[in-house]
Design a protein around this ligand. Structure first.
Ligand SMILES: Cc1ncc(COP(=O)(O)O)c(C=O)c1O
Length: 367
């Protein structure tokens, strides 16, 4: 089997270590175990059995997810990060020759995995000129008898734009009418103020998420799928072909954090996100001759459009070389003419990065 490299990950791995300022990841600084203990007032007991496993996932985690999101146990599958969650949904849902409609621009694995499994991906454009909103009319033109899945992120990665629940309700009706499911990767959703509720409960919606982006504990690799029962059962079966079961210790650690540390961590996340977004907004007004943006609704990424025809990878390499700032080329989100700038970093560092980035953009794009 030919496994094509994921350009986004390759980009981050190759260049992050060369950069002075890294604005290329979509997460926030992580929390220490000391902070974890202070938040949860819980520590791993010395007698904890490190051999313990549960292929259905730790019941403590399943319980806290069920109570926080208001759904039942048979709808939950725990996973190793959002990455495995998405992979399991694809593995459980697709056969070679099926069609998958994917939002574009898009987080790269969400169209690469269906292609790897032999499905055909069809791009559904979220247009910059329409502020990256979903256009259901254009979706209807893409649906065929072979459509199995429609794939979205909410908040949208790379733009940070939120889709309103009423749009998902209309999408759910289409999904029922044409007999497909909708995968909504909600890994950034809690980064939105006011908090939006998950779209689980609308017909034919499958949700994936994880502890990685908002909570600063990506190293625990805890993720989950919330799906209609018939899909959840297939995802659980598919898990036998990937990890079998996820880290029990991580799931227990995550369950305590969700129960006792969530509010505090969300507040800290909002503060960073809002504060840095204000910095970003002021900066982008200064650079409107080279960059235009759609202001994100939340989260820590945005996806501005730049002037001129230079390729996004070439531009980002030139920016790295001349300024030491690493941002991500739009081509890795299947969209040329844009760069993704992440702002989930220390605010002082962010200001310094933007100053360097602005000068670089001026020099490269205006000379
Ligand atoms: C939209 C989206 N889904 C999933 C993931 C992967 O999440 P995890 O690190 O929990 O596997 C990412 C990471 O960048 C992401 O942006």
């Amino acid at each position: 089997m030919n496994i094509p490299s994921l350009g986004l990950f390759h980009w981050q791995e190759t260049y992050a270590r060369q950069a002075k300022y890294v604005l290329a990841y979509s997460n926030i600084p992580g929390i220490s175990y000391r902070k974890y203990q202070a938040l949860t007032r819980w520590a791993v007991p010395a007698s904890f059995n490190l051999n313990k496993n549960d292929d259905r996932g730790a019941s403590e985690l399943r319980e806290v997810l069920c109570s926080q999101y208001s759904f039942s146990d048979e709808n939950v599958v725990t996973s190793t990060g959002g990455s495995e969650a998405n992979f399991l949904v694809f593995l459980a849902s697709l056969r070679a020759g099926d069609e998958v409609i994917v939002e574009t621009p898009i987080y790269e694995p969400l169209y690469r995995i269906p292609e790897l499994l032999g499905a055909r991906t069809i791009s559904w454009e979220r247009r910059f000129d329409n502020r990256y909103q979903l256009e259901l009319k254009s979706l209807e033109e893409l649906i065929t008898k072979k459509t199995r899945l429609v794939v979205l992120t909410n908040l949208h990665n790379p733009s940070g734009v939120c889709v309103r629940k009423s749009v998902f309700q209309r999408l759910g009706r289409l999904a029922e009418q044409y007999n497909f499911y909708v995968l909504v990767d909600e890994i950034f959703l809690e980064g939105m103020i006011p908090i939006q509720s998950s779209v689980f409960g609308i017909p034919r919606m499958i949700i994936t998420s994880s502890m990685t982006k908002i909570y600063g504990v990506g190293g625990l690799r805890t993720g989950w799928i919330i799906a209609p029962q018939e899909v959840a059962e297939k995802c659980q079966l598919s898990k036998g072909y990937t990890t079998g079961c996820s880290s029990y210790l991580s799931e227990i650690l995550s369950s305590h954090l969700l129960r006792n540390g969530k509010d505090q961590l969300l507040q800290e996340y909002y503060f960073l996100s809002q504060h840095n977004r204000r910095i970003m907004k002021q900066w982008i007004h200064q650079y409107y001759h080279v960059l235009e943006w759609v202001e994100p609704d939340g989260g820590v990424v945005c996806f501005p459009k730049y002037q001129g025809n230079m390729g996004s990878e070439e531009l980002c390499l030139e920016l790295l070389r001349s300024t030491g700032v690493l941002v991500t080329p739009g081509c890795f989100f299947n969209k040329e003419g844009h760069i993704r700038i992440s702002y989930g970093v220390d605010s002082k560092l962010f200001e310094a990065s933007l100053e360097a980035l602005g000068q670089g953009l001026d020099t490269i794009l205006c000379s």
